[in-house]
Design a protein around this ligand. Structure first.
Ligand code: BG6
Length: 491
């Protein structure tokens, strides 16, 4: 979103600067931006945590723990890396200690128009303390922003409490709630495709679309995050945020402009139009699953219950499938099938827009069970858009065979692959909120998942088991079968 923007000088404060997010995502993404010269030369990155580290220690930590996560690591130029490290500095700070914030402000005095971005990659329990501390030393000035990393609560109530505590010190226009799925190339392309071309719009509605599928499948498990994940589960981890945001990009009306609030107003309308779940609906239209041991890529992997730090008899879901609808004129009656899970057969994130069939078949189709026209938008592993249609089979007979038009964004266009985090970090530095989630959107999303959480939390029925390395429990296929639909990979 940063066409024609001049990079601005900045101080980026990473609270939780030695943690996983900082080392796996933030520092590697910032390095890529540095390498591409999209950061202002006078932009400093400050790691902040309670540990006692020197500037050199922090640079070493970046070298040892973050560098390995840089994409195309083999192409990293040593000189460019050393130059990047010059941006890095470190501040020891205890979020509960007012004196530490004074020391922070001595190093980073409030000096608008220089931008200060405080990236809160800590537990949300600390958000209030951090924001209060920043406020006390004036680091919430007009050129200051705060980036909030998920999970922002575990339900509507805790989400409101977190939002309130930040809102006491920062204005909504300064708050950047990150949902990294919004920064993915294909998600941005979905908007471009819908609103820069004329031909999808007339078809993009209930009359011509029979259903929509969204899948975010991961082959990884919980990756050592057992203690965290066991309290969260897939609904809170993936559906409340990433999947709902994807629904918004698919279903929203054209905004009046690319202004952040014009877009977010439209997204909010979609979330508010999602059909509310009654308790009875939850058992009819949702499936929760949990993986048991299995084989992925030829390797045996543990079941969820055998992972570390999982409570005995844990009912936490590692897989969710949901059927929902959007109750408005454009979408009424079109099922949206949603699915996400850990330890599934492969890493795959895609949106399938299934169009209706032609009203009258004139041509015989080659043998096989072909779905009518489909638009498949892949977010992972590649970023692409494929239009499945019918064309004439070569030869004398008018026989229809399936064909596809494929656009792989990175193969088709020259240019550098920008990661979601890199894009979003640059947007936060530029002060562009378009891809960030507004408070009302987030609260509406929590409101929508609340009845599902309630029923599941109170239910004694255990999640459906699925073998690691599969596409989830059989009930997820049965959920679609009732509508005569099958998941895309089963077609
Ligand atoms: C995060 C979740 O938000 O998204 C993780 O907390 C998940 O559990 C990750 O693995 C998936 O992101 P991506 O970009 O790898 O699909």
């Amino acid at each position: 979103m940063r066409e024609n923007l001049e990079p601005q000088p900045f101080d980026l404060l990473i609270f939780g600067g030695t943690g996983d997010l900082a080392t796996r995502k933030l520092l590697p993404s910032l390095f890529k931006a540095h390498e591409a010269q999209t950061l202002h030369p006078d932009g400093k990155i400050w790691g902040i945590s309670r540990q006692s580290l020197s500037q050199d220690d922090y640079r070493n930590l970046a070298n040892q723990q973050a560098r390995q996560f840089i994409t195309d690591i083999e192409k990293v130029d040593e000189e460019v890396w050393q130059d990047f490290c010059k941006r890095l500095d470190y501040i020891q700070l205890d979020a509960k200690n007012a004196e530490d914030f004074k020391k922070l402000a001595e190093k980073i005095p409030p000096q608008c128009p220089r931008v200060t971005i405080s990236y809160l990659a800590t537990s949300p329990n600390l958000f209030e303390d951090i924001c209060r501390g920043l406020d006390a030393v004036g680091l919430n000035h007009a050129c200051a922003r705060v980036v909030l990393e998920k999970p922002l609560g575990t339900d509507l109530k805790s989400n409101i409490a977190i939002n309130e505590s930040v809102a006491n010190y920062f204005d909504e226009s300064q708050i950047f709630r990150i949902d990294h799925y919004q920064g993915k190339e294909s998600v941005q392309n979905l908007l471009m495709m819908r609103f820069a071309n004329i031909w999808f719009e007339p078809l993009w509605r209930r009359e011509w679309i029979s259903h929509v599928q969204i899948t975010i499948a991961e082959s990884v498990g919980i990756e050592g995050r057992g203690a965290f994940y066991d309290h969260i589960g897939a609904l809170r981890d993936m559906v409340q945020n990433h999947i709902i945001q994807l629904i918004c990009s698919i279903a929203m009306e054209a905004p009046s402009s690319m202004d952040a609030d014009a877009i977010r107003d439209e997204k909010l309308k979609v979330i508010n139009s999602l059909k509310p779940f009654s308790e009875a609906d939850v058992s009819l239209y949702t499936v929760r699953g949990q993986y048991k041991s299995g084989v992925i890529d030829g390797k045996k992997v543990k079941g969820f219950h055998e992972e570390d730090n999982i409570a005995p008899n844990s009912q936490t879901e590692t897989f969710v499938a949901i059927k929902t609808e959007i109750e408005n004129w454009r979408w009424a009656g079109v099922p949206f099938f949603l699915r996400t899970g850990k330890r599934m057969q492969e890493r795959l994130a895609e949106i399938v827009i299934q169009f209706r069939d032609v009203p009258h078949q004139l041509f015989p189709r080659v043998a096989g069970n072909y779905a009518p026209n489909q638009l498949v938008i892949r977010l992972q592993p590649e970023d692409s858009m494929t239009l499945h249609l019918f064309a004439k089979r070569l030869g004398n007979n008018m026989v229809a065979r399936p064909a596809s038009l494929n656009l792989d964004f990175f193969k088709a266009f020259e240019g550098r692959r920008t990661s979601a985090y890199e894009r979003l970090l640059l947007d936060a530095i530029d002060g562009d909120q378009t891809l960030f989630v507004r408070r009302d959107e987030q609260e509406a999303a929590w409101r929508w998942v609340a009845p599902i959480m309630k029923v599941w939390d109170e239910s004694e029925e255990p999640p459906k088991q699925y073998t690691a390395g599969t596409w989830g429990p059989a009930s997820a296929s049965a959920l679609l079968a009732r509508d005569g639909v099958v998941w895309h990979e089963e077609q």
